[in-house]
Design a protein around this ligand. Structure first.
Ligand SMILES: Nc1ncnc2c1ncn2[C@@H]1O[C@H](COP(=O)(O)OP(=O)(O)OP(=O)(O)O)[C@@H](O)[C@H]1O
Length: 133
């Protein structure tokens, strides 16, 4: 509850508490947002194959776009939650805010989906090559 800029709340640096907060946010997203869960599982599956075949450039590329997609999804979910916390009534302003937030998430998801499709094709080729030889 501390704000370092406003000088309110408890003083000091608490890295363990910070990690707990990050994990708690991630757990909320994975548990309650199926669209985040299945995208993470899809990426993790392909990432495991790339680490098995030691294809580190592909691994890092997919890791980067997965992180970008996840960030956008989490920010979008947080903005939606703030909007619904303010009001659940029909509001043109809320609609504009949510649509802009959804557009930002949509762009990241599109880039992630294109990279995932190309990388899945590459993994499939590696697996076939590995099975033949
Ligand atoms: N209070 C509101 N007033 C007007 N339009 C709204 C309101 N809430 C949602 N909308 C419209 O519905 C769309 C979907 O909003 P919603 O909060 O249901 O998110 P969602 O797309 O279902 O996201 P998620 O699947 O991540 O929950 C918004 O982009 C907006 O256009």
């Amino acid at each position: 509850m501390r704000n370092k800029f406003l000088g309110t709340g408890e003083d000091g640096y608490h890295p363990i508490r910070k990690i707990k907060v990050v994990l708690s946010g991630l757990a909320f997203a994975v548990r309650y947002d199926f669209s985040v869960t299945y995208k993470l599982i899809a990426s993790l599956g392909v990432l495991i194959f790339f680490s098995f075949f030691r294809q580190w450039i592909d691994f890092l590329l997919l890791l980067a776009v997965t992180a970008m997609m996840l960030q956008a999804e989490l920010f979008n979910s947080a903005i939606e939650a703030v909007c619904d916390f303010i009001t659940t009534r029909e509001s043109h302003k809320i609609k504009v805010i949510k649509d802009i937030s959804a557009a930002a998430a949509g762009i990241s998801i599109l880039i992630w989906a294109v990279v995932l499709a190309v990388e899945t094709y590459r993994v499939a080729r590696l697996v076939v090559f590995w099975l033949i030889h």
